[in-house]
Design a protein around this ligand. Structure first.
Ligand SMILES: [Zn+2]
Length: 461
């Protein structure tokens, strides 16, 4: 039977219940020997029932692949980390400062779990019902694992803003408190600290750990060692991941990844490991192929040996970044017209980068001085009679209005403004675009109009 270490809504309630509650202390209280390097993982079983617990669907590059309750809990745990998690951003209540512990301790997001797990499976989840004034609790001792539950009677909110609404409790703030128990801290009496036994306001102020909390995590794990491996950057290029940092071992490094899919509660961490990796650059770089089964989450580097300082900080990795962007290429021609037996062909100037937003579509060899309308779609699998030619782009089609007029040499030009695309036609990094143009061609007779070939590409960031 595990003890439950909990958070209550008021000091009065907090004092009413529990033997481990500190009575004479004036600062942080330690009650464990700390999580070994094999227990730094945390997962989320996202069974939260309140819509407000999962209504944040805005992606954050520091928390790749996560939304809602999962992202909020991820932020809560990495705040205890030795140094900034990625660039430290993601929480409006502490801009650029997620990762404040400074100890030989880092929590590592290991993806989602498929159930609540046992008391040792390191999973966050909701539990139906209530227990007096208790918001949530942590099942300890934690050296061999822990479990954290949030009572469903409270209305949980995932933020990320600091105004989470009247009557709601902040999932991130309460999770930060509970995870403090998991890593080995008891309640403190220092005002404003995350480990205070009573919730502060709606919990938002508890997202950020304070000096007393920092002193606590450092008391258990010691100040971050000068030999602790450190990740300072990570880049993903196709299936190659390059990790930069310091203090990687010359040989024998292990790189631990989050699994690509939710894992069974009984999973022993880590499940996706690249063993025996050599570093280059005097221990400053690791360049590896993405292992099978790796997914979005935190990456850590484990150097040989034992002890708290042999595991690096956690760094977010978007290892499945989606399809790579592609250079525009032509297909679906020719459609001969009255000006050219080869028909009109699409071209472009500028870049196919969303951020640059400077792409101009061109149509060559249309009949001179004729109205031309550029259009596009997201797929191009069909073949449809269209005017005097063939259209290969499937509906829905998006027209780029107004029409333009081809010049005296038969070139029509249409700059794109990605901020003002037709309704439903927005493009983001990874979006596929198939673009063409149709133009008047009365000299050819027939339907008196025709279409260019197709220019296709995937947008880059
Ligand atoms: Zn507590």
């Amino acid at each position: 039977m595990k003890l439950k270490n909990w958070i209550a809504p008021s000091l009065a309630l907090a004092g009413a219940a529990w033997v481990l509650l500190p009575t004479n202390s004036e600062a942080y209280v330690v009650f464990g020997t700390g999580l070994p390097t094999g227990q730094r993982d945390f997962r989320v079983y996202n069974n939260f029932t309140d819509s407000t617990a999962n209504d944040n669907q805005t992606p954050d590059p520091n928390f790749p692949g996560a939304q809602g309750a999962v992202m909020a809990i991820w932020k809560a745990c990495v705040e205890w980390g030795s140094r900034l998690h990625g660039d430290g951003t993601g929480d409006p209540s502490q801009p650029g400062d997620l990762g404040s512990g400074g100890a030989n301790f880092d929590a590592v997001f290991a993806g989602e779990a498929t159930g609540v797990g046992t008391t040792d499976d390191n999973v966050f989840s909701e539990i139906a019902g209530s227990s007096g004034g208790v918001f949530a609790y942590t099942e300890v001792p934690s050296e061999d694992g822990w479990r954290i539950r949030f009572y469903s009677t409270w209305q949980w909110a995932d933020g990320p803003g600091t105004s989470i609404g009247a009557g709601t409790a902040d999932l991130q703030g309460v999770a930060a408190h509970e995870y403090g128990h998991a890593l080995g801290l008891n309640h403190t009496s220092v005002a404003g600290a995350t480990m205070l036994s009573a919730i502060i306001a709606n919990g938002v102020p508890m997202r950020s750990i304070e000096q007393d909390d920092i002193d606590g995590v450092r008391a258990i794990y010691n100040l971050a060692s000068g030999t602790k491996p450190v990740i300072t950057g990570l880049s993903v290029n196709g299936s190659t991941i390059t990790i930069t940092g310091q203090n990687f071992a010359p040989t024998g490094n292990e790189i631990w990844f989050a699994p690509q899919v939710p894992t069974a509660e009984s999973m022993a961490w880590p499940v996706v490991v690249l063993p025996n990796q050599g570093s280059t650059g005097g221990g400053t770089q690791l360049s590896v192929g993405t292992p099978f089964g790796a997914g979005d989450g935190d990456i850590v580097v484990k150097v040989p040996g034992a002890g708290f300082a042999t595991l690096s900080n956690a760094w977010p990795a978007d290892v499945n970044a989606g399809p790579a962007c592609t250079t525009p290429g032509n297909s679906c021609g020719p459609n001969p017209n009255s000006f050219s037996p080869f028909g009109a062909n699409m071209g472009y100037s500028g870049s196919h980068s969303i951020a640059q937003n400077d792409l101009t579509l061109l149509c060559y060899d249309a009949p001179p001085l004729k109205l031309t309308i550029f259009y596009y779609g997201r797929t191009a699998n069909g073949s449809y009679p269209f005017g005097n030619g063939t259209r290969c782009i499937d509906g829905p089609l998006y027209r780029l209005l107004p029409a333009v007029t081809s010049d005296a040499t038969g070139i029509a030009t249409r700059p794109l403004d990605l901020n003002h695309m037709p309704p439903g036609g927005d493009m983001i990094p990874g979006s596929t675009m198939h673009a063409s143009a149709y133009y008047r061609d009365p000299a050819a007779g027939g339907a008196s109009f025709n279409t260019a070939d197709v220019l296709s590409w995937i947008w880059c960031p």
